[in-house]
Design a protein around this ligand. Structure first.
Ligand SMILES: [Cu+2]
Length: 244
């Protein structure tokens, strides 16, 4: 064999950055198109721009962009996947968030490794392959865990809300005084909350998840909102009327 393995590694950090960026772009674009999810579309555009920037200045800005977007995606998707499993969400919701978390893990680490080795000799041997393997294991592990954890458990509720495309399905809720239960299903790719500050109610709901909260309320009107910055301004705000 005359092949020089140092000069043609099986998988380099540089190529893993590109693979991860492309994979994230494709998954996010499909989610954006299939669900009409504006935030997923925005992040997909970010990955597309970063991939384009890889062509300039030795890829510095592109790698920074992919690393940064991957880091944010990893944080949100991994916490979403784990809490989804913990609350028995559908396997599909766990696989979507788990898959994105896996892709983002590989994008983040390969971008850091690639940036760190910019001035060193290119070609990192088998380390990128190990990382790709670890990402795949994370994905398979989350999927298996979700399958074993069983289906969703949704109880009867006084009020049921859906968050879709940075909007609540209803902005007027009513309930009788006493114990009030509200459940929120999040059909977007990013977190939303059901928050009533005056009652100290705060229910974070991850991607694809459904959560319920029970609180006691006296007769009156209460403002509820999603406390993610920018979301109340986008219209995620409403009124709960409690009658005696
Ligand atoms: Cu929100």
């Amino acid at each position: 064999m005359a092949m020089d393995t140092h000069r043609s590694p099986v998988l380099s950090w540089d190529s893993l950055v590109v693979f991860s960026g492309l994979a994230a772009l494709v998954v996010l674009a499909v989610v954006a198109a299939a669900r009409g999810d504006l935030e997923a579309g925005a992040v997909a555009v970010g990955f597309a721009i970063s991939l384009g920037l890889l062509r300039f200045r030795a890829g510095l800005l592109g790698k920074l962009g992919i690393g940064l977007l991957s880091g944010v995606t990893l944080f949100f998707m991994l916490t979403a996947a784990i809490t989804n499993v913990g609350s028995g969400s559908p396997v599909g919701a766990v696989l979507l968030s788990g898959g994105l978390a896996s892709i983002a893990l590989s994008g983040l680490v390969s971008a850091i490794a690639s940036l760190a080795s910019r001035k060193a000799v290119k070609g990192a041997g088998t380390s990128p392959l190990y990382l790709a393997g670890v990402s795949l294991l994370l994905f398979v592990g989350l999927g298996a865990w979700a399958s074993a954890a069983g289906g969703p458990t949704i109880s009867a509720n006084d009020a049921t809300l859906v968050a879709d495309n940075v909007a609540f399905s209803r902005t007027d809720l009513s309930a009788e005084a006493g114990d009030v239960t509200v459940s929120l299903a999040n059909e977007d790719l990013f977190w939303h909350t059901f928050t009533i500050e005056s009652l100290e109610v705060d229910l974070p709901v991850p991607v694809g998840g459904t959560r319920s909260v029970t609180f006691s309320a006296e007769p009156g009107t209460y403002e509820f909102k999603c406390r993610i910055p920018g979301h109340p301004e986008a219209g995620m705000i409403g009124t709960l009327t409690v009658t005696g």
